[in-house]
Design a binder for this molecule. Structure first.
Ligand SMILES: Nc1nc2c(c(=O)[nH]1)N[C@H]1C(S)=C(S)[C@@H](COP(=O)(O)OP(=O)(O)OC[C@H]3O[C@@H](n4cnc5c(N)ncnc54)[C@H](O)[C@@H]3O)O[C@H]1N2
Ligand code: MOO
Ligand SMILES: [Mg+2]
Length: 420
């Protein structure tokens, strides 16, 4: 067991992981199944929007030239020749002295070039015919939404690499994308290692704890947009672990293990990477928690050796596994979004290494605050419940005070950024 490991800076570690070639695959899914998937094709306007001149109001369509000199004192009387509901077209054009009753969203009839809303018109009946009085002039194109005024045909509305949100779904539907090309979700395998681990439905036993990392990591994978495959928990037995890891690797794009990466007698992951002849990218990162996070690569497949300590495991995933999942997904901005925020309470610990403090965000009177949550220890699980940011504190300081401006990594923002 080599006890001496050389820590590398976090940014270098992230860069090394992201230098891995990823196999971006594409599939078609039904529009209704595309929410939160990542576009693998640009959304192109297949026709102008609106596709015809349309009325924004329920009212009457006129020829503006017929209304030119109208006043309260000398209103115009127009014969209403038909009614056009949305979804229908007028059967004939509007001629001099005529109007058409028109509903919101209906196509403007030929001959007409303006619309007056019901509220300013006075319809009436004369000799069993419909008529309407108008007391003011309308200008050409008044109250008409012209063809293509929102979107021109062939315009690129959303670029590939964006996450499909409700608005993008609306666009896809507008342009007839019943199916949409998205990137395939990478398959991320998960093992929890540790002889001390109990299943969730087992009663506590002396010296043992329940396996929480597996559930946590599986939902981190889902939150990141990947597909998690849980292979179960493994006792700290070399042959068993080696065989399980080797077999699982064939079935996944990346493999996560939790635990067994430090220097203990039963920390088996370093020897497993060795026997697999995997290239270890790093086994010590200048950060807290998660300094023992190890990433190895075997035939372009990444093995994430996340720490067993829950908080360290959580942080290791978000820093290293999250962005590679985004790369598989073709995301144009693969990293978590960062914000500048005011520290909501003192954080007194001196900081030799970069620290990623689990915390939460709040907003008050136009300011953004981040607050460290719970006990800031690698072995702690309870502080993770309210965590939605990682507060990144530079190393080499004597601690931070309430009111200091810090950077925070937002874990629940869909939008990302292009640099770490
Ligand atoms: N002599 C040294 N000891 C340790 C060092 C070191 O540098 N020198 N590093 C410490 C740091 S930092 C960390 S972090 C841990 C990392 O430990 P491992 O990744 O090897 O993980 P384990 O030893 O397997 O377990 C650590 C801890 O986490 C609990 N655990 C493990 N799996 C789970 C799970 N699925 N759910 C919940 N909790 C889990 C486990 O019971 C241990 O308590 O090493 C330090 N030691
Ligand atoms: O890897 Mo450990 O979490 O730095 O405490
Ligand atoms: Mg250990």
């Amino acid at each position: 067991m080599n006890l001496h490991r050389t820590p590398i800076p976090v940014s270098k570690a992230v860069e090394d992981v992201l230098n891995t070639k990823v196999d971006k695959r594409v599939e078609k899914v039904k529009l209704e199944q595309s929410f939160h998937r990542v576009l693998a094709e640009d959304v192109v306007a297949t026709h102008p929007v609106p596709p015809f001149d349309k009325s924004p109001y329920d009212g009457f369509a006129f020829r503006s030239e017929d209304t030119r000199n109208l006043t309260r004192e000398e209103p115009g009387q127009f014969r209403v020749i038909e009614t056009v509901p949305a979804g229908h077209r007028a059967s004939r054009a509007v001629n001099k002295g005529e109007a058409i009753r028109i509903m919101t969203g209906a196509e403007i009839p030929g001959g007409a070039d303006c619309v007056a809303m019901f509220e300013i018109c006075q319809p009436y009946q004369r000799d069993m015919e419909e008529w309407v009085t108008l007391k003011r002039p309308l200008s050409p194109q008044q109250n008409i939404i012209p063809t293509g005024s929102e979107t021109k045909e062939q315009e690129i509305l959303v670029k590939k690499g964006e996450v499909i949100n409700p608005g993008i779904q609306a666009l896809l539907a507008t342009f007839g994308y019943g199916e949409v090309q998205v990137y395939v979700k990478p398959k991320i395998g998960v093992f929890a290692t540790g002889t001390e681990l109990l299943d969730v439905d087992e009663p506590l036993q002396p010296g043992k704890i329940r396996n929480s990392n597996a559930y946590m990591v599986m939902s981190q994978i889902e939150r990141a947009g990947g597909t998690g495959i849980y292979f179960g928990k493994l006792e700290d037995n070399f042959d068993l672990c080696y065989q399980a890891v080797e077999e699982a690797l064939d079935q996944v794009d990346c493999l996560i293990t939790t635990g067994g990466v430090s220097v203990g007698d039963y920390d088996l992951m370093p020897d497993i990477y060795d026997k697999l002849e995997a290239e270890v990218l790093f086994n010590k990162v200048a950060m807290r928690p998660g300094s023992v996070t190890t990433v190895a690569r075997k035939d372009e497949k990444l093995l994430f050796g996340l720490s067993g300590n829950p908080s360290a495991c959580y942080v290791g995933f978000e820093l290293f596994t999250y962005p590679i999942i985004q790369s598989f997904l073709g995301r144009s901005r693969p990293f978590h979004k960062r914000v500048q925020a005011t520290l909501g309470k003192d954080f007194k610990k001196p900081n030799p290494f970069t620290r990623f403090v689990r915390g939460f965000i709040s907003y008050h009177e136009g300011n953004v605050y981040v607050h460290p949550s719970g006990i800031d220890k690698s072995a702690v699980v309870s502080s993770l419940a309210e965590t939605n940011v990682l507060i990144q504190l530079r190393g080499g300081t004597r601690g931070y005070q309430q009111g200091d401006v810090v950077e925070a990594i937002c874990l629940e923002e869909m939008d990302g950024q292009s640099h770490f």
